[in-house]
Design a protein around this ligand. Structure first.
Ligand SMILES: [Zn+2]
Length: 66
């Protein structure tokens, strides 16, 4: 099962979250908060704007692009 790294805006810490379902919003294991930001430890090369998987969980607050 995948473990992803997140940054908790409540704890201001990096946390690792076991993601059982990609459809569930992850919770911080420390404070049970839901304000987690995904940390991408592997960055795509510039110019590759994500045609692959992994960008399907855009939640509220991520729509800053226009
Ligand atoms: Zn937290």
């Amino acid at each position: 099962m995948p473990i992803y790294e997140y940054f908790c805006e409540d704890c201001q810490e990096d946390v690792e979250v076991l993601v059982l379902s990609s459809r569930d919003a992850p919770e911080c294991p420390k404070c049970c908060g839901g304000r987690l930001r995904r940390i991408l430890s592997v960055f795509s090369s510039p110019g590759d704007t994500g045609t692959g998987a992994g960008d399907s969980c855009a939640g509220p607050g991520t729509g800053g692009f226009s």
